[in-house]
Structures are given as C-alpha cells and as structure tokens.
Design a protein around this ligand. Structure first.
Ligand SMILES: [Zn+2]
Length: 298
C-alpha cells in the first residue's frame, strides 16, 4: 500500500472556548490528548484539520492506512441490511423524529455512503445531504438518486429556517470550530426543529481500560489509547461535554442515550471481536458504552 502522508496542525487555543490553558492527559505517538483547564473540553494537539480530513476521507486507501480496523466502516461496498445494529439505530431515530417534528425536511451533514438519507427518503422525508467527498457525492447522486452537494460544513451557508431535522452521524468529532458550525446549523432549522448528533463516548469502559493500561505502564502501552483517541478525531466528547457545547450553540437537550459501534462494520479478527463483544456487554452493565447520541431542539 502506498504511504499516505498525513499532516497534523498545531493548536494554540481550545477549540471549544478559545482558552490557551490546557493539561496534557496522554502523550501518544504523533499527538497528545489534552483537556482544557477552563471548559474541560477534550481535544488532540496537533490535530487532523478539516482540510486534511477532506483529503484523507476522499481517498479510501488513506482511511485504511491510518487505521485498518475502521477501513470497512467507510467501505463503499458495505450494504446496509434490513436488520442489525445500524439499521435499528436509524429506525429508532426516525421514529423519534417523526413523533416530535411536524415537517419532513431533513439535512444529513456528512452523509457518507448515504444509508441514512436513503432510509429517510423511503419513509417520506424530503432529504438533502452535504459531504466533502467527491466519491460519496457521485455515488449518492448517480446510484441512489439523492439530492446532495459536495460541501464542507464550514463552507455551508444559507437555508435559513429551512430544516425540520438535521443529523450528524460521526461528524462533530471532526470539526475545526464545532460551536460556530452548530450555531450556523441552528439558524438553518425551523422553530422547534430537532438536531441529532452521534459520536464516540470519551467516558466509555473501553477508554477507561485503555487509560488504565497507559497509566499502569507509565505511558509505555499506548496502543489501546490510540484506538480510542484515534488520530482522525481532533475532538472527543462525553454526554456532558456534548450537552454543554449544544447548549452554548443555542439548543435545548431533549434526549441523551448511549450506543455502541456496529461491530459488523469493523475488520476485527475473531479473537479481538470476542474481546470487544465482551467489553461491550460489560459496558452496557456499567452504562459506559462507547458511543453517545444526543438529540437537541432549537
Ligand atoms: Zn476550553
């Protein structure tokens, strides 16, 4: 596989509140995971900027080069079955939105392979999507016949008061300036519109175990932490920090729940899969699953 060069950008200030004061939590190979001393937000420094992420996620080989286990998560050939974890979560969210908003105009930011858009359209929603990948846009437009635009969220303007629902699946953790982007999305929503945000949970049992191994080895065992605080995520959230960010951006929190990664979408070996499944089972018991979904209202 060709070597793919990924450039990281140094940070001067906290991406959430602008403070210059932070504490290094973990020093990994290429970057440190830091916590802002002022707002307690967690971020990496140096980090993968949106600009660089656009290059990486536009190239299917690049994603696999950073992290082979997640390559299939972005696989263009993955077909969403009419059952399974991802399918059920999509159904749950659409059921919730259909009960709680009156209109049916939806925006999917970073729609990726277009599964959610396609499903929403089948249920009668009028759907629009933006994504910074040429390839995803081409696929969504030509193969799925969806109304999509190649656009980065930071460049997406207009549409004042237009949408009843906006969804961000695995997007918020990639943003350079999350507060500004969310406030702009707030302006694009109808009154009482709903925003759904799904992202990895920084307060997960997986993260806790990885942190324990790092600390117990005096910082020598970095591998598990690098799989939790991955290079491709500049920002890390738990339900509290995500709540705070949404509230600062003009939203009221309606619901917050935990979720977990759909293991059918990862390239894990047999042994690793059993270990991860066991950890996920325990995570549910202690309410520390590795993903969170927060729904907020304008
Ligand atoms: Zn801060």
């Amino acid at each position: 596989m060709a070597e793919i060069k990924i450039n990281l950008t140094e940070r001067k200030t906290c991406p959430y509140c602008g403070s210059g004061s932070r504490k290094v939590m973990f020093a990994l190979e290429r970057y440190s995971v830091c916590r802002c001393k002022s707002c307690k937000g967690v971020f990496s420094d140096p980090y993968l900027s949106e600009n660089e992420a656009e290059k990486v996620f536009s190239d299917p080989n690049a994603v696999g080069a950073i992290n082979p286990e997640v390559e299939s998560y972005y696989d263009r050939k993955f077909v969403l079955a009419n059952s399974g974890h991802t399918f059920n979560v999509f159904e749950w969210l659409l059921d919730f939105l259909e009960k709680n908003v009156s209109g049916r105009k939806l925006l999917d930011v970073g729609f990726g392979m277009g599964f959610f858009l396609e499903k929403s359209r089948r249920r009668g929603w009028e759907c629009k999507g933006i994504d910074f990948s040429d390839e995803y846009c081409k696929y969504a437009r030509e193969k799925l016949g969806l109304d999509v635009m190649k656009k980065r969220l930071s460049e997406f303007r207009g549409y004042a008061g237009e949408f009843d629902a906006i969804v961000l699946w695995d997007v918020i953790e990639h943003l350079d300036n999350p507060g500004e982007s969310l406030a702009r999305l707030n302006g694009m929503m109808k009154k009482s519109g709903m925003l759904a945000v799904a992202t990895p949970n920084e307060k997960s049992l997986l993260a806790f175990l990885a942190q324990f191994m790092y600390k117990a080895s005096f910082g020598l065992i970095k591998g598990p932490l690098s799989s939790v605080y991955v290079l491709e995520h500049p920002l890390f959230f738990d339900s509290n920090s995500l709540r705070k960010l949404l509230e600062r951006s003009g939203f009221n929190i309606v619901l917050s729940k935990q979720d977990e990664t759909d293991l059918e979408r990862l390239n894990l070996g047999k042994t690793k899969k059993i270990i991860v499944k066991t950890i996920f089972f325990l995570s549910r018991l202690v309410k520390m699953s590795n993903r969170i979904i927060v729904i907020a209202q304008k």
